[in-house]
Design a protein. Structure first.
Length: 440
């Protein structure tokens, strides 16, 4: 009996072939899509190739069937020529690096759309710098850990996207020199000796490795090195070198990708993002209701209780808050949501602490604005708000405060300290309760 022949997946695009394909796609984007980038789904429909195969083609490190390359080129009126592809003799190896500090993601809910977006930015758009932002408890770290698992848990070594994968946290505020030295030692397999001392020279050394090999670097907890009680997004004294590192990675030409996870962006990031298509930010909001429901179900709460949707909306789909309240309802209220709601206390324990962490990052003037909104209780427009603030501030100062609050993403998170609707600035009832307790 003849066994079915296996397809030979042994080709990758050369640098010339990739450039030819990307230029053809860009031409078609301008002609048919007003210059906007095609999504991965768009490209899949046009080439009749699945998104996984397309990611491999654009990766240029992962071998695919030559027929797939021909089909992809044909979709953009190109002919695959001999100089456009090659057949590497050695399979790609598993990524090397240090991601032991990444959290365990054995329990993970939803985020399908966010993962698809990140994969497209990394594998198709070849983004060099990505910042993932959101309020505490939104699951930013878990999302990136799940993304990383897709690059590090490959059963087929030829499907590796990166040669190095490194995860580092800034929670304990390492100096930029310590972080750079650590990264260089890993990328050099501990061969780099007599390293320079200045951040400028260390960054230059790191960029050599990021240019030579494709690396995925993750820096978690950026907010740890940003100022408390000052203008949102400013670096703490002595940590300004991280700003230089981020700018250099975003603006230089190289093969790698840096992902930054933070509760608020660095002050210059929005300017960087406007300069290049290779720099992106993802603001992580609450879970979809169907994914929030899974958290309640994991705690044994019956989904037939219609009140679970009230709770989901109440906490803005924040996964950590939903987990906290679901556990509390199971232990203290016999898994009955209506009894919990009748109790009338929605900000308590760890939920209070989560809001507390966000609130205490604010400057005194930002706290004054927040408090003025809390005592007013109804939506208020800026001219009225200006008259409510005690002690008085100028309109220029108020604009700066509101901009700073925007930078801290307090109003763009699903559960936030400050919001804006058509009637003016306001805040959610739970947050209003929390703020009045703070000042009361």
């Amino acid at each position: 009996m003849d066994l079915p022949r296996k397809r030979k997946r042994g080709t990758i695009l050369t640098h010339q072939g990739l450039n030819k394909l990307e230029n053809a796609i860009k031409t078609k984007e301008y002609a048919e899509n007003n210059g906007k980038r095609f999504t991965l789904d768009n490209l899949s429909n046009q080439t009749e190739l699945d998104s996984h195969t397309l990611c491999k083609i654009f990766n240029c490190n992962v071998r695919v069937d030559k027929k797939s390359l021909v089909k992809c080129f044909k979709a953009f009126n190109l002919v695959l020529e001999a100089d456009d592809y090659q057949s590497p003799l050695q399979p790609q190896i598993q990524p090397y690096g240090d991601y032991s500090l990444a959290p365990n993601v054995s329990v993970f809910y939803g985020r399908t759309a966010e993962l698809a977006t990140l994969n497209q930015w990394i594998q198709v758009n070849r983004c060099q710098l990505i910042m993932v932002l959101g309020m505490g408890g939104m699951g930013k770290t878990s999302l990136i850990a799940q993304l990383m698992a897709g690059f590090t848990n490959c059963t087929d070594s030829s499907s590796s996207e990166f040669q190095y994968v490194i995860w580092r946290s800034l929670h304990h505020t390492p100096t930029v020199e310590e972080t750079l030295t650590d990264l260089i030692h890993i990328l050099s397999h501990q061969q780099a000796v007599d390293l320079p001392k200045s951040p400028d020279q260390l960054i230059s050394k790191l960029m050599q490795y990021l240019h030579q090999t494709r690396c995925l670097l993750v820096l978690d907890n950026l907010e740890s090195i940003l100022q408390w009680g000052e203008r949102g997004g400013s670096y703490r004294e002595g940590f300004e070198g991280y700003g230089q590192l981020i700018s250099t990675i975003g603006e230089s030409t190289h093969k790698s990708c840096l992902i930054i996870i933070s509760r608020e962006p660095a002050i210059a990031f929005s300017l960087l993002e406007k300069k290049a298509n290779s720099i992106k930010s993802l603001i992580l909001k609450g879970l979809l209701p169907e994914d929030g429901l899974k958290i309640f179900q994991s705690e044994g709460i019956d989904e037939t209780q219609a009140e679970w949707q009230i709770l989901h909306n109440h906490y803005g789909g924040n996964p950590l808050m939903l987990k906290i309240v679901a556990t509390t309802i199971r232990f203290l209220f016999s898994s009955k949501i209506d009894i919990f709601l009748a109790h009338g206390v929605t900000v308590f324990g760890d939920i209070y602490d989560l809001l507390d962490q966000q609130f205490h990052r604010l400057s005194d003037l930002e706290k004054t604005v927040i408090y003025s909104l809390a005592i007013h209780r109804k939506p208020i427009l800026m001219p009225e708000l200006l008259n409510e603030i005690i002690p008085p501030v100028t309109s220029q100062k108020l604009l700066g405060i509101l901009e700073s609050l925007k930078l801290r993403f307090l109003r763009s998170a699903s559960l936030s300290l400050i919001e804006f609707n058509g009637n003016g600035f306001t805040m959610q009832n739970d947050v209003m309760e929390y703020v009045t307790n703070q000042f009361g």
